[in-house]
Each structure stands twice: as structure tokens, then as C-alpha cells.
Design a protein around this ligand. Structure first.
Ligand SMILES: Cc1cc2nc3c(=O)[nH]c(=O)nc-3n(C[C@H](O)[C@H](O)[C@H](O)COP(=O)(O)OP(=O)(O)OC[C@H]3O[C@@H](n4cnc5c(N)ncnc54)[C@H](O)[C@@H]3O)c2cc1C
Length: 289
């Protein structure tokens, strides 16, 4: 919140997909090879080192080093002690408590006003009750809704239309069944209704609506419950810290939102920088100085 209040928030022109595309193209230029549609089932260990990954079809891809960009889970490296006593690890049930996002993508008729605010947070009526619902696995009655109105021509067909995105932090898929058509529709309606505080006349302008819930996040990315990794925060006896980027198995590293320093694109990017440093500089690397 301090960073956002002080420096503002950032936005990728063309939408978030453009960031993925730019990273992809940069990697290809740097001669990185991508293999898509290849599900990793475990990390292969040989002579006390990570030696590759085994894919769902049984194929083994050998490697000198393995960087795991998904949520680490016990059993990923059979028979190996990946973390030692005192390490920050994946706490039992910690994922079950992680929240997902409910997103309503709106196509609106009518131009975006030139002075429209990019990002407005419409706070819930009662934060404590909302938090209890989200982390207790229920649908919150009066959710906090983030209303996004970027001034980005790539998101609309012409100046006579506008694209607006509404998001709310919600319980993951599982305790709430976000595939239930009624549940989805009712909650989407609540978001639209609450967002009208930021965009007067919103409902009347809607041409098309798409709803994206933790159920879709889970189906599309494999993230358990469609959970979104939270940032690593100090305090609470380390309850909000994520596993470190270096594991006890030589050659196995962790990157991405489920490792240090936690979720969010900026943090996930930092974890990649840390792992690159560890690979290039060695295990003593502790970030830039
Ligand atoms: C709706 C939504 C809104 C968000 N909004 C913001 C925001 O405004 N700002 C922000 O900073 N962050 C936001 N986040 C969070 C941010 O997207 C994540 O923190 C970030 O993408 C994490 O990056 P990652 O590389 O760790 O994981 P991911 O981007 O999830 O990438 C993991 C990849 O691994 C693949 N995979 C999973 N399991 C396997 C397997 N077994 N084998 C092979 N591949 C596998 C997945 O398919 C996926 O492609 C949002 C997330 C969501 C869902």
C-alpha cells in the first residue's frame, strides 16, 4: 500500500498478456527453448543432485539445474529432503487458505471520460466480515471491488467504447464452487452493482460480460484452487514467508510467486533475478549490493 500510495500503480499497455509476450520474445532472442503442454510430475534426482524433470507421459528431460516455477509441494522429489529443520517451507494447509480472484470483464458502450480514474477501490462495508468469509471459504456479501479503467486504446475497438475490469479477492475453488452458474452470476451482479460507485450508470452501458473465477484459474494454470500467491510479509512468526529460492537439493531452485519474495508479478520477477544470481554467482548470492 505504501508503494502504491507514494508512487502510483503500474500498467502494461495492451494488457498483461503483452508482458508475457515481451518476456517470451526476449527469451527466444536469448535462445531459450520453450516446451508447451508438458506437465512435470516430479523432479529427477541423481547422485544427490537435481538432474532433470519427469513429464506426465513418462519422458525424462535431463538438466544440469532445475528451476521450479510452480508451487513446491512435498513429494516432488521422492525420497529427498528438500528442506532442513528451521527452513521456511510449505506449511500444511497454507495453500488451502490462499485466496483467488473473481474477475468481471466488461465491454461498455460509450466513451471513457478523459479524466476517468484508472484504478478505484470500492471498499467493502465491513472488512473483518469480508476477510472471515474469504478465508473461511464463503462468498462475501459486501466484497471490496477494484475497478480498473485503463486509458488503453488496445483494449477497445474505438473511442466510442470502453473496457472495464472488476476484481475481488475471493475464497478459492473448492470451499466455494465457482463453477455453479447461479453463484457466478449472483456474485458478478454484486460486483457490477458495487462498481457503479466508481462508474455511474455502469449497468446501462454493458454490451458484453465475461466472468473469470478461481475455477478458471485452476483449470487454465493448474494452481490448486485457483489460489493466487500472496506477497511474503514479515511478522506473525514467519507465517507469511515463502520457501527460499535455494533448496537443500543441489541444483534445484525455486522461482515464482510461491517462493521468496512471494506473489505478484514484481515479486515473481525478483525471484527469477535471485535464482539467476544463485546460478551464476553461487549459493552465497544474496541479491544485489
Ligand atoms: C486474476 C488475477 C489477478 C492478478 N492481479 C495481479 C496484479 O494486479 N498485480 C500483480 O502483481 N499480480 C497479480 N496477480 C498475481 C500474479 O499473476 C502471480 O503472482 C504471478 O503470475 C505468479 O507468477 P508465477 O510465474 O509464479 O506463476 P504463474 O504465472 O502461475 O506460472 C506458472 C506456470 O506453470 C505452469 N505449471 C503449473 N504446474 C505445472 C506442472 N506440473 N508442469 C508444467 N507446468 C506447470 C502453469 O500452467 C503456469 O503457466 C494476479 C493473479 C490473478 C489470477
Amino acid at each position: 500500500p505504501y508503494m502504491e500510495q507514494t508512487f502510483g500503480s503500474w500498467y502494461v499497455m495492451g494488457g498483461m498478456r503483452e508482458l508475457a509476450r515481451a518476456v517470451y520474445e526476449r527469451c527466444v532472442a536469448r535462445r531459450v527453448t520453450f516446451v508447451f503442454g508438458a506437465e512435470v510430475v516430479r523432479v529427477v534426482e541423481k547422485d544427490g543432485r537435481a538432474a532433470g524433470v519427469e513429464l506426465a507421459d513418462g519422458e525424462v528431460a535431463e538438466a544440469d539445474r532445475v528451476v521450479l516455477g510452480v508451487r513446491p509441494r512435498p513429494g516432488l522429489v521422492p525420497g529427498q529432503q528438500t528442506w532442513g529443520a528451521g527452513d521456511v517451507t510449505v506449511r500444511p494447509g497454507s495453500g488451502a487458505g490462499a485466496a483467488g480472484r473473481f474477475t468481471v470483464l466488461l465491454s461498455l458502450r460509450g466513451a471513457r471520460e478523459a479524466d476517468a480514474v484508472h484504478r478505484t477501490v470500492v471498499h467493502g462495508a465491513d472488512g473483518a466480515t469480508e476477510q472471515e468469509a474469504v478465508f473461511g471459504g464463503r462468498v462475501a456479501a459486501g466484497p471490496t471491488v477494484t475497478v480498473l479503467r485503463p486509458d488503453d486504446p488496445a483494449t477497445r475497438p474505438d473511442a466510442e467504447h470502453e473496457a472495464v475490469t472488476l476484481t475481488a479477492t475471493v475464497a478459492p475453488q473448492g470451499p466455494v464452487d465457482w463453477r455453479d452458474a447461479g453463484v457466478r452470476q449472483r456474485f458478478a451482479d454484486v460486483l457490477v452493482e458495487r462498481a457503479a460507485a466508481a462508474v455511474p450508470g455502469l449497468r446501462e452501458r454493458i454490451l458484453h460480460t465475461e466472468v473469470h473465477t478461481p475455477a478458471e484459474t485452476e483449470a487454465e494454470t493448474g494452481a490448486e484452487g485457483g489460489a493466487v500467491p500472496p506477497p511474503a510479509l514479515a511478522g506473525a512468526d514467519g507465517a507469511y514467508l515463502h520457501p527460499g529460492n535455494l533448496t537443500r537439493l543441489p541444483g534445484l531452485y525455486l522461482a515464482g510467486g510461491w517462493s521468496h519474495p512471494g506473489g505478484g508479478l514484481a515479486h515473481a520477477g525478483m525471484s527469477g533475478t535471485l535464482v539467476a544470481g544463485l546460478v551464476v554467482e553461487g549459493d552465497d548470492f544474496r541479491g544485489s549490493r
